[in-house]
Design a binder for this molecule. Structure first.
Ligand SMILES: *Cc1c(COP(=O)(O)O)cnc(C)c1O
Length: 410
């Protein structure tokens, strides 16, 4: 594969104009949009408007006049369009972990006779940590059944209350079959929660088509909402108003401004709010989501897989002597939007790459992750990154002491 072939793919790319909507520094090749999405150019002005105009000039009246109070629902309805949900099924609120806590609580209440929660043991650990904390709060009657991807379907038996899985694996990048797994869970009477952190904005997600019960996700990866931006949660209409969530704050009260003494939950998606939301952090989420709403998600998926195929080919062609192995499925249909390479020297090699402006990341013990973000990754970026990696390997640059010191965030 030559650089000229990749230039041709860039020229013909139907998504190529989106790149100009992002602020990407000169000289940086960014492959970490699956950890922190890039800054949309429209975001600084929007944040400044929220701070200087809505807060500075309109003060408290902005809760009504600037739509602050309903922002979780407003943005939620936009995210719904990206994940195959309907109006009134999604709110943008709190963080992914907190949302898992709320939805797992509700799901377990809806299946009081069952005590098993099925999860993927190698998943990003906060999902399990939160569940372990919840189990302790509930008196240690539940247990997590940890399985790996090929054993999931067989492990869904009729003692399972909740199947809670992440659609795209954060480290290996494999994509689970949402439809088949959800179907199997429902066949045995279990509920399903999908974590969309690595899929929303990276590929078409069809929650209602797959008859999903619950979902969560974050907005700072492929939705480009900014560091620590609020997450979101989805509850299918048929489950709303069925069980109270545990964080029963005033924003989920039927009449928050009646200031009544006793709690009465809303019966719609607003039931899953708890308290005052960080408006200055929510505002950029809307900017990021607005960009994705204009993108054809089928095109996004096509380009994501084509980028992955090209990158895997380049790695095959240029690194045979360096012992990199592919950790991501080679079959495109089984991948999310990243390519993970395994190398025992993955950490220092990635640090050396970052030093020359190719930003990916490392996940212990031996995975180098390259996130592919179709709205701003170019085909030629793959070539340029591979050439830089090649010179690092050829010159043994990564062996320098400075690249072997481990930082707090990898
Ligand atoms: C990114 C990610 C999270 C992030 O959780 P926070 O509560 O936002 O820190 C959780 N789960 C998965 C699977 C993720 O990929």
């Amino acid at each position: 594969m030559t650089r000229e072939e990749l230039e041709e793919l860039d020229r013909k790319d139907p998504l190529k104009l989106f790149r100009d909507e992002f602020s990407l520094p000169e000289g940086i090749l960014y492959f970490d949009g699956n950890s922190l999405g890039a800054l949309p150019k429209a975001t600084p002005d929007r944040v400044n408007e929220v701070v200087a105009e809505e807060w500075g000039n309109k003060l408290v009246t902005s809760w009504n006049s600037a739509g602050w109070f309903s922002l979780p629902e407003t943005i939620g309805n936009k995210i719904a369009q990206i994940i195959g949900a309907d109006d009134g099924e999604v709110v943008c609120v709190d963080g992914t972990g907190l949302n898992i806590y709320k939805l797992h609580s509700v799901a377990l209440k809806m299946r009081p006779d069952r005590k098993v929660i099925l999860m993927e043991g190698s998943n990003f650990p906060t999902d399990a940590y939160i569940t372990q904390g919840l189990i302790e709060q509930l008196g240690q009657h539940h247990q997590i059944r940890f399985v790996e991807k090929d054993d999931i379907l067989d492990a869904i038996t009729d003692d399972v209350a909740l199947v809670s899985l992440t659609q795209v694996h954060y480290k290996m990048g494999h994509l689970l079959d949402m439809k088949a797994i959800t179907q199997k869970a429902h066949d045995v009477g279990a509920l399903v929660m999908w974590d969309l952190c690595h899929s929303a904005g990276a590929l078409p997600v069809a929650l209602n088509q797959c008859d999903v019960d619950f979902a969560v996700g974050c907005t700072y990866k492929f939705l480009n909402g900014g560091p620590g931006a609020p997450g979101y949660l989805f509850v299918a209409k048929r489950h709303q108003g069925k069980a109270t969530q545990p964080l029963t704050g005033w924003w989920s009260h039927q009449k928050p401004f009646a200031f009544e003494r006793d709690y009465q939950p809303k019966s719609d998606i607003g039931q899953f709010l708890s308290g005052t939301q960080p408006i200055i952090s929510l505002a950029p989420v809307e900017v990021g989501v607005n960009i994705l709403l204009r993108a054809d998600m089928d095109e996004v998926r096509r380009k994501s897989l084509a980028l992955g195929d090209a990158f895997i080919r380049l790695v095959d062609e240029h690194f045979s002597e360096y012992g990199f192995t592919l950790a991501t499925p080679s079959d495109a249909e089984e991948r999310g939007s990243q390519v993970s390479l395994r190398s025992e020297h993955g950490y220092p090699i990635m640090q050396a790459l970052i030093e020359v402006g190719v930003i990916g990341d490392f996940r212990a013990p031996d995975i180098m992750r390259f996130g592919l973000t179709p709205l701003y990754t170019r085909y030629t970026d793959l070539w340029d990154a591979v050439m830089k990696l090649k010179s690092i390997m050829a010159a043994d640059t990564w062996k320098a002491e400075q690249f072997n010191r481990v930082s707090e965030v990898t």
